[in-house]
Design a protein around this ligand. Structure first.
Ligand code: CTP
Length: 413
């Protein structure tokens, strides 16, 4: 399966504001994902970023004018409008939003907006008072109502004009996530996904803890992919510094016990639970209050560890006991050379529908890596996926979850 944005045609309008530099970074991210990007600069955006920068980053000529004969013969504004699968404007100034909302076609970008059938995504950026002005809000509402425009941001923060408040364009990585949401098939619309991610952290005393090397990247990728495909997503995350994927509800926990409570509370409402978290299998029997001191502990210190509750196996048991077919249950397993082991026993022991085994024994896979190589085990056998970025692996795992959601027997009763 090609990556989600591979060869997708995106017209990126950059309008004139300080945040135009973020548009340049967005081009880089899109090109890295394999998208075909045509940049359209408004006249005022040319004061902030150069055509040369954007042409170099996008690998395509940059369009700036309706009336430039050379550009029109090379790019052609109607062809751009016709071929676009998505029109993104980032940053979108109050002026561009107003002109779009009133159907103006007085420059190249507004003309493409009227001429294209592609959906519209706006990433507004402006002064907080301009953003809050009822006319700007009415203009945006009009675009949302009349053409289902999507809007990402703006964020709160320090603004270039010196004010603090809403009006900052969201970061390019966030716009990229919103673009994924616009272009992904919406085959998980109406589904509720509960996803866990990251390590857990089991206290030894007030300053020490037992944890593991999980970065959370794989679980966050599954959450991002499920959200892009239209699911309502709740992400129960162990300690990690990763940013919450766009549109995902996040619940932070530290210990396996806290993760269990957070998951069990929400599992019955979920159509699928994907347990990506590396939940500690053992925890110190008793966390010592205060700090364990060397002079007291002596030359050797023995910690007695006890098993934690297996959250996934608990869900599997509860589902079986209730004779329920939902939620669909997906486990992950950290394995050295998964191909060499039969994972069917683990699948049955956990009572889950799919088990995704990460190969943690090889470079470019498993903990903290940006790519992964997995084997997916189901009741009817297993399948090895080629090494790929974690987001792509996430989409491929979800492709295998979709038919389970659609099985008549697995619909909620
Ligand atoms: N899991 C869980 N609760 C635990 C431990 C693990 O829900 N207390 C879930 C994990 O989120 C993951 C799967 O079970 O989906 C991993 O199973 P586990 O038996 O821990 O696999 P490994 O980490 O591979 O452990 P082992 O070394 O015992 O094979």
């Amino acid at each position: 399966m090609p990556p989600l944005l591979q060869d997708r045609r995106i017209v990126l309008g950059i309008s004139g504001g300080i945040a135009a530099y973020k548009g340049a970074e967005l081009v880089r991210l899109l090109v890295r994902e394999g998208a075909r990007v045509n940049v359209v600069l408004t006249e005022s955006a040319r004061q902030f970023v150069t055509e040369l920068t954007l042409q170099t980053l996008s690998g395509n000529p940059v369009a700036t004018s309706l009336f430039d004969l050379d550009q029109e013969s090379k790019i052609g504004h109607i062809r751009l409008a016709d071929e676009a699968e998505l029109l993104v404007v980032a940053p979108a100034t109050a002026d561009v939003i107003a002109r779009f909302a009133h159907g103006l076609a007085n420059d190249l970008l507004t003309t493409i907006h009227l001429a294209t059938r592609a959906p519209l995504l706006l990433a507004p950026a402006m002064n907080v008072h301009m953003w809050e002005h009822p006319l700007t809000q009415a203009n945006l509402r009009r675009l949302v109502d009349t053409e289902s425009a999507r809007v990402v941001g703006p964020a709160d923060g320090e603004l270039a004009c010196g004010y603090t408040g809403a009006g900052r364009m969201v970061g390019p990585a966030t716009v990229l996530e919103a673009i994924e949401g616009c272009l992904a098939k919406q085959d998980l619309a109406g589904e509720r996904f509960l996803i866990t991610a990251g390590p857990t952290c089991e206290p030894v005393d007030a300053v020490r803890a037992l944890t593991n090397r999980s970065s959370g990247k794989m679980g966050f990728a599954v959450a991002r992919a499920a959200r892009a495909r239209g699911a309502d997503v709740t992400l129960v995350a162990g300690p990690t510094a990763l940013e919450t994927p766009l549109g995902v509800e996040r619940v932070d926990v530290r210990t396996a016990a806290q993760m269990k409570v957070a998951v069990l509370e929400r599992a019955t409402a979920a159509s699928a639970v994907v347990m990506v978290a590396a939940v500690a299998d053992y925890r110190p029997e008793k966390a010592v209050a205060g700090k364990i001191r060397k002079e007291k502990a002596g030359e050797a210190l023995t910690l007695r560890l006890v098993r934690t509750d297996d959250i996934l196996a608990t869900l599997g048991r509860e589902r079986r006991a209730a004779r329920a077919a939902t939620p669909v249950l997906v486990g992950f397993a950290a394995e050295w050379a998964p191909a060499a082991r039969s994972l069917g026993a683990k699948l049955r022991a956990k009572g889950c529908d799919l088990l995704v085994a990460n190969d943690i024994g090889e470079a470019g896979s498993g903990f903290d890596s940006d790519t992964n190589r997995v084997r997916i085990v189901g009741p009817d056998g297993s399948e090895d996926l080629a090494r790929a970025p974690k987001l792509e692996i996430a989409h491929q795992v979800l492709d295998r979850v979709v038919p389970l959601l659609r099985r008549p027997a697995t619909r909620p009763r």
